[in-house]
Design a protein around this ligand. Structure first.
Ligand code: NDP
Ligand code: HEM
Length: 498
């Protein structure tokens, strides 16, 4: 017998439940008789309408599917804890970092971005790394990726960017013309594109990749003073990647390869862990930087803002039910607890709207009442709506009131921020430096063999571009990053077309 826990879930369940006898019931708990046949008129006659057990079964089945996430549809999750290992109370009042040794329960959902629900785990794609901290001050969601940067810096592009990654609307197939067209017209994407096509674009497993908060966030201290921060979550299992050919083979053999790996390693008590680091930058330093520290297409170089270790993240429990605890898991960057705050990062500001909005569509208006999303009792003035579980009893449902309804309590958010400027559209496409960090990545981070693999990976998809104008734009983009990179891609494309 296959010894992997993921292959033995049912036998294991039976072992634990062997002494229990459970009767089939309707959803309302009434025992069901005749579970193996519909009610019919005689042996060969039609089914009768009063067979509500049959009707309930069919009707419930018809409604089993909910919309998949519009992005990051394919994923796996597990539960565990974050442990604070270093004192950063001078920067933040967050309960998560309250004292050394403090443990906060977490859920962590890994995902891939463009693939739909049935997609193979091992395709080249960025990976989601979304952490839900169940703090005593409410939910803090750090909804990051396995890259410290992103493709765009203005949320206006998000729908178009995603459309360019998803199937062509006519053929319903992956379309390299549309992918490379968007990328080559928005040069801020090139840094992230180079990460994506480097070795780390196909991790060996979810356990073998880093996570990043990616955006610039803020910490708020006890005097409501703010310091900007970034979050880096580095794998303790070590970075390991798959070669494109291994990834393709695995995609055919086991499209759920990452999910199986995560489940089995946790069932086998080989608990994956990550070390949590922060980078800090004062508001004064942010003012004088030679790049925009709130631009998510850029990193903060380590030598200027070194990583500081702050904690450990451990996953030690698999979901007890995938649909209940993973498909219904709803993250939002707007879930941000006292002591932590947003920043002038515009992409982050766009995200503050998007997630709760899509949850209302995907899971319904009371999505926060699904236990995995919040174990806390809400005290507010929102009521009713589809699938209300806790409607807050007899508490007043309007505010202000004279009947001891919930009051506003001071929370530690930053002191008011001063901003000035003329309201208008500002396209940052060409006003920011899009190439410098991508050039550093190519020349200082990658060795010759890694550069060669990056170029080969890029060429393996650019060669599928059939529109010559798009191809020319792509070559121009990589030439702007580094003329050698541009030339190498051009030469490899020539070889590939022979
Ligand atoms: P360093 O020169 O101090 O370190 C290089 C960084 O690159 C390390 O964090 C390393 O991660 C990471 N790295 C190595 N290979 C890859 C890859 N294939 N894909 C993505 N990341 C990789 O970094 P600097 O801060 O001086 O920045 C230099 C360049 O490194 C940047 O322009 C950026 O492109 C890249 N980088 C920077 C990061 C940052 O937050 N500063 C984070 C990741 C990349 P590891 O330590 O795990 O080996
Ligand atoms: C999922 C929007 C940028 C990481 C999603 C979802 C939406 C969305 C609508 C689906 C959520 C759901 O159905 O549960 C956006 C928009 C962005 C943006 C509008 C930019 C304006 C980013 C960035 C990151 C990121 C920059 C990472 C740094 C994720 C992750 C998920 C996700 C990890 C999956 C969450 C989960 O596991 O359920 N995004 N996104 N997104 N996004 Fe974004």
């Amino acid at each position: 017998m296959n010894s992997l826990p993921s292959s033995n879930q049912l036998p294991e369940w039976m072992k634990k439940n062997k002494d229990k006898k459970t009767c089939i019931t309707t959803a309302e708990g009434i025992n069901v008789t005749g579970a193996t046949s519909s009610i019919t008129v005689g042996e060969h006659g039609p089914i009768v309408l009063y067979d509500w057990n049959l009707l309930e079964r069919l009707a419930h089945f018809n409604r089993e599917r909910i919309p998949e996430r519009v992005v990051h549809a394919k994923g796996s999750a597990a539960f565990g804890y974050f442990e604070c290992t270093n004192d950063i109370t001078q920067y933040t009042t967050s309960k998560v970092f309250e004292k050394i040794g403090k443990k906060t329960p977490v859920a962590l959902r890994f995902s891939r971005v463009a693939g739909s629900l049935g997609a193979a785990d091992t395709d080249r794609d960025p990976r989601g790394f979304a952490i839900k901290f169940y703090t005593e001050e409410g939910i803090w969601d750090l909804v990051g990726n396995n890259t410290p940067i992103f493709f765009i810096r203005d949320p206006i592009f998000f729908p178009s960017f995603i459309h360019s990654q998803k199937p062509n609307p006519v053929t319903n197939l992956r379309e390299w013309n549309q992918f490379w067209d968007f990328i080559s017209l928005r040069h801020e994407s090139v840094h992230q594109v180079m990460f994506l096509f480097s070795d780390r674009g196909i991790p060996k497993s979810y356990r073998n990749m880093h996570g990043y908060g990616s955006h610039t966030f803020s910490f708020v201290d006890k005097d409501r003073k703010l310091i900007y921060c970034k979050f880096h979550i580095k794998t303790d299992q070590g970075i390991e990647n798959l070669s494109p050919s291994e990834a393709t083979r695995i995609a055919g053999e086991d499209p759920n390869y990452y999910g199986r790996d995560l489940y089995d390693s946790i069932e086998n008590k080989n608990f994956p862990s990550w070390t949590f680091y922060i980078q800090l930058m004062t508001a004064e330093e942010a003012e004088i930087k030679d790049f925009d520290p709130f631009d998510i297409t850029k990193v903060w170089p380590h030598k200027d803002n070194p990583l500081m270790k702050v904690g450990k993240l451990v996953l030690n429990r698999n979901p007890s039910n995938y649909f209940a605890e993973v498909e219904q898991l709803a993250f939002s960057p707007s879930n941000i607890t006292p002591g932590i705050w947003i920043s002038p990062d515009r992409l982050l500001q766009g995200r503050l709207f998007s997630y709760a909005d899509t949850h209302r569509h995907r899971l319904g208006i009371n999505f926060a009442q699904i236990p995995v999303n919040s174990p806390f009792k809400a005290n507010n003035y929102q009521r009713d709506g589809l699938a209300t579980i806790d409607n807050q009893g007899g508490a007043p449902n309007y505010y202000p009131n004279s009947f001891k309804g919930p009051m506003e309590c001071p929370a530690n958010y930053p002191a008011p921020l001063q901003v000035t400027g003329e309201v208008g559209h500002y396209d940052t496409g060409n006003t920011e430096d899009n190439y410098k960090q991508a050039n550093v990545f190519y020349n200082k981070v990658l060795d010759d063999a890694a550069k060669d693999r990056l170029e080969n990976n890029l060429v393996s998809t650019i060669k599928n571009v059939t529109c010559e104008k798009v191809k020319a734009n792509v070559l121009q983009l990589f030439t702007l990053v580094d003329p050698t990179l541009g030339n190498n891609i051009k030469e490899k494309l020539r070889q590939a077309s022979k």
